[in-house]
Design a protein around this ligand. Sequence first.
Ligand code: ZN
Length: 482
Amino acid sequence: MKLLSFKNAIIAKDPPTKEEDPEFSPEDVRYSVVRYVASTTRNAVGPSVTDPRTGEIIESDIIWYHNHLRSYRNRFMIEAGAQNPAARSLNTPEKEIGEMMRMVIAHEVGHALGLPHNMKASAAYPTDSLRSATFTQKYGLTPSIMDYARVNYIAQPEDKGVRYIRMMGPYDLYAINWGYRFLPEANSPQEEKKVLDKWILDKAGDRVYEFGGGYDGVDPQSQRESLGADQVKAGEYGLANLKKVVPNLVEWTAKDGYGYDELAEVYGELTGMWRGYISHVIANVGGVYETRKTSDQQGVIYTPVPQDIQKKAVSFLNKDAFTTPDWLLNQDLLNRIESAGAIERIQSLQTRSLDNLLDKDRLKRMVTNEQVNGGEAYTVVELMNDLRKGIFAELYSSKKVDAYRRNIQRSYVDAATNYVQKLKEEDSEGILKSDIIALMRGEMERLRRDINQRRSNTNDSLTRYHWNDLVARIDASLKTDA
Ligand SMILES: [Zn+2]
């Protein structure tokens, strides 16, 4: 079969001058335009008009909203400031901000050509490859520009010559070839499909050419803003960089004659990115990989995340997410942006992460996995055991508990007792008929027993009050018949 292609299929031009074409309008449906719009919106879009009879994309107008520059400026500083001197200013050099804009437009052109997001693409690359100059310069940060993957937060300060900004990759070439290659010898859609199917089978099993939507939060390989195959490793690398950025933020964002608004904005977004790394790790617990296949391909579509990976994820969460993030609580910085509020901010970050981890659907998937795979599964009981040992480490070591940790411990008891309290409610979420309430009741009884045995071991009054309070909360919540 002959393979024909089109030369210069897409040409980008500046708009005509008044003299060249007095009639030209960007609203004219005959022209696909890239527009820069004076707007405070922080986004870019690539909507298109399609022929409903054939699905053919007729035209597309890509819009870059002005304040999207802030998104990329801030993200570049937060995720690359530790490793790349070019990222240490809010006045991002034109070379870098220009490249980031170019790649956003390329992504939107991808939409205009019919490509959906492929959030699985980035997981095709081994995490450590993103630290390699030769690898990243050749293959980019992900096989596809259609992934949400923007800045290389994996690279470390000692890695030289690494690429920091995403670019088009092998998946994009493959997808465009599949969608647009002209097959003159195919006389019918059926004949064409045979060739197209073969192209897919040729690449089967090669992760670079896999696709995943990534919106249901079940497949940890298919997530927005994640990079590399190993989310725990990525979280560790990303966190190591954030820790180096925070002490410099005051200096990097300062502008003579202006206040600290920019500092507050960047710091707030940095906290959000930290929460993002945590949630990438959480997706592994009770996670299920999805490998899309047609019925003529070998093997199944859905497989649970291996036990050891789930266990590693929880130990990362205990070590890095549910401990007090002293690195984030930089007083020199905080005292310039707020009179108070750090405790609540961290509490909200940690509580949301914990609620996400103890989400009912995640727990139900774990119960199913245990039923099907037995000893090979990471079980809900193991999860609660591992979490209790981590979140209540001070109880088991008879240490004083700080304000942040008291908060996360209360959040843990709240999350568990809220499930038990569901007994009083109409069941619309299938919780009453699941194992979750039994699990949480058992966990609260176990925790109460451990606190009762150990609460007198501390000399710190507030810590002792805190243990007493938790026991009272557990007592009240277990009386569901009252
Ligand atoms: Zn998009």
